[in-house]
Design a protein around this ligand. Structure first.
Ligand SMILES: Cc1cc2nc3c(=O)[nH]c(=O)nc-3n(C[C@H](O)[C@H](O)[C@H](O)COP(=O)(O)O)c2cc1C
Length: 323
């Protein structure tokens, strides 16, 4: 599969997740076999105002797989202007957010709200394509706004006609938020049938078998995984092995899991300083506690992480409870 001229290794893409998919998370995903990664969503408007925090979200060290910057916004001109402003950054493609359900985003007309106006989506893609300096432009969308407005197919066609190189479809409407069991594979299949650019399916994939089932049922070209990879980057290796027809790799040992947690938090602190990194590390660490003995108490411990050495104390407690 290719994004325009970028060759991708067989594997799942890491879904953009605000507050989670920072440079440390993206590097980890790629080390484990992610086909590509995307930044946290970045406000196009904030970039045009010169907001430094937004620009920091884009910064990355090259990690060996294609990397996309995700922009959100509702106006073609602002989106194009933002794409121009970030041209000097080191990234491979621009992704456009057409899926965020958060009221603070949709109230400005951005994110999943765009799905009510497929023609506007096309104009946004066209503006970003024109400003993207030849780099591919991809789109990440939901199925639609609500049950009465399932517009993914129409939107995908408008985006493809405007030059989008790949479309990722989260098979839920905005109304469905993240309600378990509501991912509609038929919408992913309908988008795949309607466009000729690669389509990635997204939503609730937590194992290689689920990835295979989604690909077989929908015909999609690959999958994008988000929450299933938090605390479990080995999922990328499992999916890559499945796609290459290789045997599934052995599950990680407890030691490997703890080493990965420590490395991720260390890199977060290196990249953005302990003060910014540690509150975010709490939510990342909680995902590594899954399946451990004493998980409830360990999760509470995660929420108290304040300084980097606290990670070592947490790991020590995990050993005491689980070895
Ligand atoms: C905490 C969180 C933050 C998210 N942030 C973004 C984002 O910045 N941009 C985006 O397009 N989607 C975002 N999403 C949606 C995910 O990319 C993905 O579509 C969704 O979680 C479904 O996939 P999953 O079941 O594999 O997690 C976010 C999801 C979560 C849970």
């Amino acid at each position: 599969m290719k994004i325009a001229s970028i060759p991708l290794a067989p594997g799942a893409a890491l879904a953009p997740m605000a507050g989670f998919t920072d440079a440390a998370c993206r590097d980890m995903a790629v080390r484990h076999g992610a086909a590509y990664t995307v930044s946290e969503m970045v406000s196009a408007k904030a970039l045009t105002f010169g907001d430094k925090k937004s620009a920091q979200l884009i910064r990355c060290k090259p990690n060996g797989a294609p990397y996309g910057v995700q922009l959100f916004g509702a106006e073609p001109e602002t989106m194009g202007q933002a794409a121009r402003l970030i041209q000097h950054y080191d990234y491979d493609f621009i992704d456009i957010n057409m899926g965020c359900p958060a009221p603070k985003i949709t109230s400005s007309g951005a994110g999943s709200r765009l799905l009510l106006d497929p023609a506007l989506c096309g104009r946004i893609v066209a503006a970003v394509v024109e400003a993207s300096d030849g780099r591919p432009v991809t789109v990440k969308m939901r199925a639609g706004w609500d049950g009465d407005h399932i517009t993914a197919v129409e939107t995908a066609k408008a985006c493809e006609a405007a030059g989008a190189a790949l479309i990722a479809v989260h098979g839920r409407t905005r109304e469905q938020m993240y309600i378990p069991g509501t991912v509609d594979w038929s919408v992913i299949a309908a988008v795949k049938a309607a466009v000729s650019v690669p389509v990635l399916g997204n939503g609730d994939i937590t194992t290689a078998d689920e990835a295979r089932a989604m690909m077989e049922a929908t015909g999609c070209d690959g999958v994008m995984v988000g929450r299933g990879a938090l605390g479990n980057p080995w999922l990328f290796g499992e999916i890559a092995a499945m796609l290459k027809g290789e045997p599934a790799p052995p599950p990680p040992t407890l030691r490997q899991r703890m080493e990965e947690l420590r490395r991720q938090v260390y890199e977060m602190c290196e990249n953005k300083g302990e003060w910014v990194a540690m509150p975010q590390a709490r939510s990342q660490a909680i995902h590594y506690m899954k399946g451990l003995r004493g998980a409830a108490a360990l999760r509470a411990e995660c929420s108290r992480l304040e300084h980097f050495p606290d990670i070592d104390r947490l790991i020590e407690k995990i050993w005491q409870e689980n070895s």
